[in-house]
Design a protein around this ligand. Structure first.
Ligand code: BES
Ligand code: MG
Ligand code: ZN
Length: 475
C-alpha cells in the first residue's frame, strides 16, 4: 500500500519513507545500487537515508518477525530520530509489506513520534497540520487512516501536554478551563461541583482530600453522546490529583516532583474522549474526573479522621497519602448511583505497590467481570499498553477493617497495597456487574524518547479507544 501525506506547503521535493522486511529487502536490493550488506538489511529499527536528485528516501526496516504494535514503535522511533528533517516537505510512505491495519499503525507511529514537550514550540508536524492524499491506495482507506490518526494525535497529545505540565501551570482553574473548552468544542455535556457543593452532595471522601487545598475542588462530569440511539454507554473515571504532596502524611521530597503526574488517569480519559469524538465513535461515554490536589495546610484532613463517602460508608483515614482511593471512591459511588453504564472502568496512578510489582512492563488490572477483563487484556496486548490481572479475593477485605468506621483507607502492612486499594474501591462500585480498575502509575509517566527525565507516555488513550471500538461493534 502506498500512502502519501503532506504538510501545508507542497514542493516538488519529495521525502519517501520506504518500509522493508528482511525478506522484501532481499528481493528489492538490486534496485538500490548505493546500498551494501553493511548498511541496510531490513532489520527492525534500521534506518538508512538515501539522497536522490529531487527527493530523499528513507529506508526503514521492520524485520521479518513483528507484532502489529511493533510497527507503530518502529515508526515512532524513526520519526523521533528524523523529526527535524521530515517536517515540512510532502512525504510519501511506501509500505507494500503492510496491510491496511499495519499501515495505519505505521502512520500513527510517524505522527506520535514527533511529540515534544508542550513548552517547546513544536509539535512541528502537528501544528502545521497534515493531509493524507491518495496515491495508489484506495481513497476511502486513506481517508479512514487520516481520520483515525489525526483523532488519536489530538487526543493523545492533549493528554500528554497536560500530564507534562508543571504543577503551577495545571491548577484546578486552568485544567477546568481546558475541560470546559474541549467540552464546548466537541459538544460534551459538562458540569462541575466545587468543594462546597461536594460537601452538600455528600461527596465526603473527595471533599476531605480537597479541604486542605488553597484551590477549590472540581468534581467534573463530562458526557459524550454519539448519534447512534442503540449505542452503549461506558463509564470512565480518571484519578485527577493535580499534585500529590501526600498531605499531612507528607511524601519524601526526593521524588516528589514526579507527583505532577498524579492526574495521568484523568488525562487518559479526556484524551480518549477527544479522540472518540473526533472519530465519532458510535458509543457514549460518561466520565468523572474528581479534580483536586493533595495539599498540606492547617486545614488539611488528618490521619484518624473519619469521613462519610457518597454511598454512606464511613472511612477512617490512616494515611492522607492514600488520597487517590478517597477521590475514586466517591466518583465510583456517584457514577453508579446516578448513571446507567454497560461497563465502568477507572484508571489511576494509584499505588507505588503496582510500580514495585510490574515496573513499566504493564498496569495492574482488577475486575469483577470476565468478559470485560478479557477485553482489556486483549486491548492491552494489541496496543502494547499492557495490563496484567490481579485478584479481588475477599480475604483482602480483612486488611481494610476498621474499629471506628466501615473501612480504613490503608492496611498498615507493607503487603499488596495495590490489591488493598482495589478491594477498597470495590465497596464503592454500587454492585456494578462490569467494573474494572487499572492501576497504572509507572505506565502513564516514565521513560520516553523525547525526554531525559520521566515524562508522559500517552498510556491509556489507544487502550481505551480499542475497548470503546469493541463496545461500538456490539451495537
Ligand atoms: N499517587 C500515589 C501513587 C504513586 C506512587 C504514583 C508512585 C506514582 C508513583 C498515591 O497517591 C500514593 O501516594 N500512594 C501511596 C499509598 C500508601 C500511603 C498506602 C503509596 O503507594 O505509597
Ligand atoms: Mg498519595
Ligand atoms: Zn496520589
Amino acid at each position: 500500500m502506498t500512502v502519501s501525506f503532506s504538510g501545508k506547503k507542497h514542493s516538488s521535493y519529495e521525502q519517501i519513507f520506504s518500509v522493508f522486511t528482511e525478506t522484501s529487502w532481499e528481493k528489492t536490493r538490486d534496485k538500490y545500487p548505493q546500498t551494501t550488506d553493511n548498511f541496510f538489511s531490513g532489520n527492525k529499527n534500521q534506518f538508512f537515508v538515501l539522497p536522490h536528485l529531487n527527493s530523499t528516501e528513507f529506508l526503514i526496516g521492520v524485520g521479518d518477525q513483528f507484532a502489529n504494535h511493533e510497527i507503530q514503535a518502529v515508526a515512532n522511533k524513526f520519526s523521533y530520530f528524523f523529526r527535524n528533517n521530515i517536517l515540512s516537505a510532502p512525504t510519501l510512505l511506501s509500505a507494500p509489506v503492510f496491510d491496511k491495519y499495519q499501515t495505519e499503525e505505521f502512520v500513527k507511529g510517524l505522527f506520535l513520534g514527533t511529540y515534544m514537550y508542550p513548552f517547546r514550540k513544536n509539535h512541528p508536524v502537528w501544528k502545521k497540520g497534515f493531509s493524507l492524499v491518495e496515491e495508489n491506495a484506495d481513497p476511502s482507506t486513506v481517508r479512514q487512516i487520516k481520520t483515525s490518526v489525526s483523532a488519536l494525535c489530538r487526543g493523545q497529545f492533549d493528554a500528554m501536554d497536560w500530564l507534562n505540565k508543571p504543577a503551577n501551570l495545571k491548577k484546578n482553574g486552568q485544567l477546568s478551563e481546558h475541560l470546559k473548552q474541549i467540552s464546548k468544542k466537541y459538544g460534551f455535556s459538562y458540569k462541575s461541583y466545587n468543594r462546597e457543593k461536594c460537601e452538600k452532595l455528600g461527596l465526603g471522601a473527595f471533599a476531605a482530600v480537597n479541604q486542605g487545598s488553597a484551590t477549590d475542588a472540581a468534581f467534573t462530569i463530562m458526557e459524550y453522546h454519539c448519534k447512534d440511539p442503540k449505542a452503549k454507554t461506558i463509564g470512565l473515571i480518571g484519578k485527577c490529583v493535580l499534585f500529590d504532596t501526600g498531605g499531612i502524611s507528607l511524601k519524601n521530597p526526593a521524588n516528589m516532583h514526579y507527583m505532577k503526574s498524579d492526574m495521568g488517569g484523568a488525562a487518559a480519559v479526556f484524551g480518549t474522549m477527544i479522540a472518540a469524538a473526533e472519530m465519532q465513535l458510535p458509543v457514549n461515554i460518561t466520565a468523572i474526573l474528581p479534580v483536586t490536589d493533595n495539599a498540606i495546610s492547617e486545614k488539611a484532613y488528618l490521619p484518624s479522621d473519619v469521613v462519610t463517602a457518597y454511598n454512606g460508608k464511613t472511612i477512617e483515614v490512616l494515611d492522607t497519602d492514600a488520597e487517590g482511593r478517597m477521590t475514586l471512591a466517591d466518583a465510583l459511588a456517584y457514577l453508579t448511583k446516578n448513571y446507567k453504564t454497560e461497563a465502568l472502568i477507572d484508571i489511576a496512578t494509584l499505588t507505588g505497590s503496582a510500580v514495585r510489582m510490574f515496573g513499566d512492563s504493564c498496569g495492574a488490572l482488577f475486575s469483577n467481570n470476565n468478559s470485560l477483563l478479557e477485553m482489556l487484556l486483549q486491548s492491552g496486548q494489541k496496543t502494547a499498553q499492557r495490563l496484567w490481572n490481579l485478584p479481588l479475593w475477599d480475604e483482602w477485605n480483612d486488611e481494610i477493617q476498621s474499629d471506628v468506621a466501615d473501612f480504613r483507607n490503608i492496611s498498615m502492612k507493607p503487603v499488596g497495597d495495590c490489591i488493598v486499594a482495589a478491594k477498597f474501591l470495590e465497596h464503592f462500585t454500587g454492585g456494578h456487574p462490569a467494573w474494572a480498575h487499572l492501576d497504572v502509575a509507572a505506565m502513564a509517566f516514565g521513560k520516553v524518547n523525547y525526554s531525559s527525565e520521566k515524562a508522559a507516555t500517552g498510556y491509556g488513550v489507544q487502550l481505551f479507544l480499542d475497548v470503546l471500538q469493541n463496545f461500538a461493534e456490539k451495537n
